[in-house]
Design a protein around this ligand. Structure first.
Ligand code: GLN
Length: 454
């Protein structure tokens, strides 16, 4: 009831929820009470969560915040949300996001901007919560849920977490099932939680993760007790500091934050080593070829026949064209055009194939560092703190917006786990995050290390 009233009071100002499901929440909470009374409480019994609109939720609005999915209510539940309900969690509603998870500011949503609950000191200027999981991050930061699901294809969990002072983890590719999550770029997409602190993120990820026959890329590995890693000493851990993340034009305070993080980890007993990831500079351009290529293929299914919106035309081709022209927003169309171009005959070798080769090199950079005895890598999560809504420079130049993902996309390209933890405020009083990158399926190391920073 407290969360439902908080949403009623604040959602108009923040726009974090696109659908609120109070009746469902009360019904689920009642069932939780009964299980608790019967001594059968699950790991998340009665915990109220918000769900990113990218996750299919049975009979509940699931539109990836796109006009083209208008009215779509799946008859099935995503594996990740199903796992949460099986553990007793309660659904408060569906959270705003960039359309089809394409964006870094939550400004491409068909349902309008999400407004970050944070403000610069002495200013009432509205700022973005980051994206694409902007609704998830803002809802957690504003106490409109106890935790939220999110997804990360190129930073969409970690960047909004950094912009809102929350914790977000993108687990290793394959750790959570992608079944029932609207696909953006299938070889990069992963689900993960956004939470108020490292412990909550560990508890949520444990419930979300599973092996799933319905997603052949999900791995058949037991899910460890992530919470048990929290509080363990950092003695014996080697943390790598990659010199290539010291990018041109990075504000001094981001560098200062990074140095502070290094000092904290040293104090906590970790050994700090300088490392090199030489192909880092190619990650962003390669990501913006691979992700749109996969998106253009995944989004071919929205044709006005199977899901959501249909705009009538004089024949079937005209209907397809009108539906897609009206149903997709500008950023989504841009991605489809880039993707179709880089996959087309004559350009495939020059762009797509080359980007895939770069991806292998990026992965090898990490493998070499981990083989040399590094346990985790520390970097800034973002090159700046949150920016203003409708920032003119960013609106005029989509590539400037893409640059926001400079520290996060390498992790998706290599399939590794990455966690963003709040590490302080900038001089404007806005939150900043540090990112920890780990070895495949060693999320425990990230929780253990992040707890020494938070
Ligand atoms: N900002 C990135 C993009 O727009 C990442 C999105 C994501 O992780 N879903 O592609």
């Amino acid at each position: 009831e407290a969360y439902i009233s908080a949403i009623e009071a604040a959602n108009d100002k923040i726009n974090a929820y696109v659908t609120v499901t109070p009746d469902k929440a009360r019904e689920m909470a009642k069932a939780s009470d009964e299980r608790i009374a019967a001594g059968k409480a699950g790991a998340l019994e009665g915990i109220p969560l918000g769900i990113k609109d990218l996750f299919a939720t049975r009979d509940v609005h699931t539109q990836a915040c796109s006009h083209i999915l208008d009215g779509f209510q799946p008859k099935y539940e995503s594996t990740v949300t199903g796992n949460l309900w099986d553990d007793g969690a309660v659904m408060l509603g569906k959270l705003n996001m960039d359309e089809f998870a394409m964006g870094s500011s939550n400004e491409t949503s068909h349902y309008g901007n999400v407004i970050n609950p944070w403000r610069e000191t002495g200013s009432n200027r509205q700022i973005v919560p980051g994206g694409s999981s902007g609704g998830s991050a803002a809802a957690v930061a504003a106490h409109l849920c106890a935790g939220a699901t999110a997804t990360d294809t190129g930073g969409s969990i970690r960047q909004p977490a950094a912009f809102t002072g929350t914790v977000g983890i993108k687990p290793t590719y394959g750790r959570c099932s992608r079944w029932g999550i609207v696909a953006f770029a299938s070889s990069l997409d992963q689900a993960g939680p956004i939470a108020r602190d490292v412990r909550d993120a560990a508890i949520l990820l444990k419930s979300m993760a599973s092996t799933d026959a319905k997603d052949t890329t999900s791995v058949d590995l037991p899910v460890p007790d992530y919470e048990a890693a929290i509080g363990q000493s950092l003695k014996g851990l080697r943390i790598g500091i990659p010199k290539e993340y010291r990018v041109d034009g990075m504000p001094e305070e981001i560098e200062a934050l990074w140095q502070k993080g290094i000092a904290w980890l040293k104090d906590a007993g970790a050994e700090i080593v300088d490392i090199s990831l030489p192909h880092t500079k190619y990650a962003l351009p390669a990501y913006y070829i691979v992700a749109p290529a996969e998106a253009s293929s995944n989004l071919a299914r929205y044709d006005g026949v199977r899901y959501g919106l249909r705009v009538d035309g004089k024949d079937i081709v005209d209907m397809y064209e009108k539906t897609r022209a009206e149903g997709f927003g500008k950023e989504v169309k841009r991605r489809i055009m880039i993707g179709t171009y880089v996959l087309s005959a004559g350009y495939y070798d020059a762009y797509y194939l080359r980007a895939q080769k770069v991806r292998t090199l990026i992965k090898r950079d990490f493998e070499q560092v981990f083989d040399a005895g590094v346990d985790a890598i520390l970097t800034p999560a973002t090159p700046s703190s949150a920016f203003g809504i409708a920032d003119e420079t960013l609106a005029a130049d989509p590539v400037a917006m893409y640059l926001n993902d400079i520290f996060t996309v390498t992790v998706n390209m290599a399939g590794l786990p990455g966690l963003s933890v709040p590490a302080g405020l900038d001089r404007k009083g806005l939150p900043l995050g540090l990112q920890l990158i780990g070895k495949p399926f060693e999320e425990e190391t990230l929780f253990r290390t992040a707890h020494a920073i938070e």
